[in-house]
Design a protein around this ligand. Structure first.
Ligand code: ZN
Length: 498
């Protein structure tokens, strides 16, 4: 049976992928600095093996024969989807020459190194030639998938299957004025919010202990996962039984580690919730990065920054940190939702966050479309910051050099952050429609009800459905801006007495 052979190869590739994930996780957490170069060559070797084992002639033959073997099954039978999803991946992998893959990996490592130096003081000019080469390489990559309507379309497919530049633009064009106006209203006539209570001296071990309380209540399975520390928090889905998250602590702020823990916890629940029968198989991964981000932002923001959540958890937080004993719940709730234009995307509040993302999407569309030269990028960045947020960063480290994505050639990744925020609210609305008692349950500290709904409607399906199809099945609608705008207007209209 060719389908059996195909599945066996996919499982072997999942095991190889697990080894790669684990080496990456180790690189970001415990690897001694002296081993960085060794690790790079280990990862390059495994990456090449992965490509060769997958993009081979025999996989193509199995795919063709397997398509015959599943003919006659219902179109959404798992085996039919296994063949379709694997075929799509295989066709994409075959379009890209191995020489390009290798050269792009090399460019990426050099660029990432130069980016770190540029950020540390060498300046944008030091990174510029690397970024020029990466933009050119990505244009070349897009051409492997010609013809296309936008050069951005083939890049989006790697992160958000089915998404197009045209749709991204339409969604962002609807969202942008709503956000710009809301930020302006808050600034000019909002009742000011004082966030002083979040700053102070908060013991890291106590922060960690409280984060674990919340993670456990969310339903993170510590038998099938763990939490460690890293400079930049991330989730590593090594395998279904081994989902690792990381967090970081800031002694000066009580809230940063907590929200990053809930964020990564949301990602982890998705991975831990994929159906057991899909483990090590073609469907045993998340549907897209946008849907992944919908899960992290749902837990971090829609739940984690809600009044209901804190009506249950705030007394426990106060018990962990006596300094908060004299701070009323309402003061704390307002503080964690303060809207303030800032330079750094990852620190941005819910309202301004998507403006940071849009700025990046505008610029990468212009870079790849040839309308913007890399040399003009820092100035274009600062112009957009002034236009969208009314502020200009004092230097490029707090501006154009802040994110790692472009230094690895990851163009087309940023829209998934925005799509994830939108989908998070759509998914929450659908969950509450199905279970109107859900907000009250969260206010009682019962987070399992939401996790179970997400498990049944989103998580368990893995990659079986296309992202849009999965979202339609869960919510009845494709991804769209309206519900998110309504959510922000209602929440922040009340917070700022607009
Ligand atoms: Zn995330």
């Amino acid at each position: 049976m060719s389908l059996t052979k195909l599945k066996r190869r996919v499982s072997e590739l999942a095991d190889l992928g697990a080894a790669i994930h684990l080496l990456h996780w180790d690189l970001e957490t415990y690897l001694p600095p002296g081993a960085v170069a060794d690790r790079a060559s280990q990862l390059a070797l495994l990456g090449r093996m992965e490509h060769e084992l997958f993009a081979s002639e025999e996989v193509g033959e199995w795919l063709e024969a397997a398509a015959g073997e599943v003919r006659g099954l219902p179109p959404d039978a798992d085996d039919v989807r296994v063949v379709e999803v694997t075929r799509r991946d295989w066709v994409r992998a075959r379009r890209v020459p191995a020489a390009w893959v290798e050269e792009f990996a090399r460019l990426g490592s050099l660029a990432q190194h130069a980016w770190r130096e540029a950020r540390a003081g060498a300046g944008f000019g030091h990174f510029r030639p690397h970024l020029e080469r990466l933009v050119a390489a990505r244009r070349e990559y897009a051409d492997f998938f010609a013809p296309y309507e936008s050069v951005y379309d083939p890049l989006l497919q790697d992160y958000e299957p089915g998404m197009t530049a045209r749709r991204v633009r339409a969604i962002l064009d609807e969202l942008r004025p709503a956000l710009v106006n809301l930020v302006a209203e808050i600034r000019t006539r909002g009742r000011p919010i004082d966030a002083a209570c979040l700053a102070g001296d908060f013991d890291e071990a106590v922060q960690e202990a409280f984060g674990l309380v919340v993670l456990r209540r969310m339903g993170f399975d510590f038998e099938r996962g763990r939490q460690d520390r890293s400079a930049h928090p991330f989730t590593s889905p090594v395998a279904r039984g081994d989902v690792r998250i990381t967090t970081r602590f800031d002694r000066r702020f009580v809230s940063s580690a907590l929200f990053s823990t809930m964020h990564e916890g949301g990602h982890a629940l998705y991975e831990q919730g994929i159906a057991e029968e899909y483990a090590r198989g073609a469907l045993g991964r998340a549907a897209s990065l946008g849907l992944h981000e919908s899960q992290s932002r749902l837990w971090e923001n829609v739940v984690g920054r809600s009044r209901g959540f804190w009506s249950h958890f705030y007394p426990q937080l106060q018990a962990h940190f006596p300094a908060l004993a004299s701070v009323p719940l309402e003061t704390f709730y307002r503080a964690i939702n303060r809207v303030e234009p800032s330079f750094i995307r990852v620190d941005a509040d819910e309202v301004t966050y998507n403006l940071h993302v849009m700025l990046r999407v505008d610029l990468e569309l212009a870079l790849l479309g040839g309308e913007l030269a890399v040399a003009d990028l820092p100035a274009a960045w600062n112009d957009r910051m002034r236009e969208y947020l009314g502020i200009v960063p004092p230097d490029d480290a707090q501006g154009v050099l802040q994110d790692i994505h472009w230094s690895g050639g990851s163009f087309g990744y940023f829209p998934t952050y925005c799509l994830g925020n939108l989908a998070a609210v759509q998914i929450w609305d659908a969950a509450v429609r199905d279970d109107p008692d859900l907000p009250a349950a969260i206010a009682r500290g019962e987070l399992g009800r939401l996790r179970e709904w997400l498990g049944a409607n989103v998580h368990r399906h893995g990659r079986k459905y296309e992202p849009d199809d999965l979202l339609r099945r869960a919510t009845g609608r494709p991804v769209e801006a309206g519900p998110y705008v309504a959510y922000l207007r209602s929440k922040y209209g009340e917070l700022y007495a607009l």
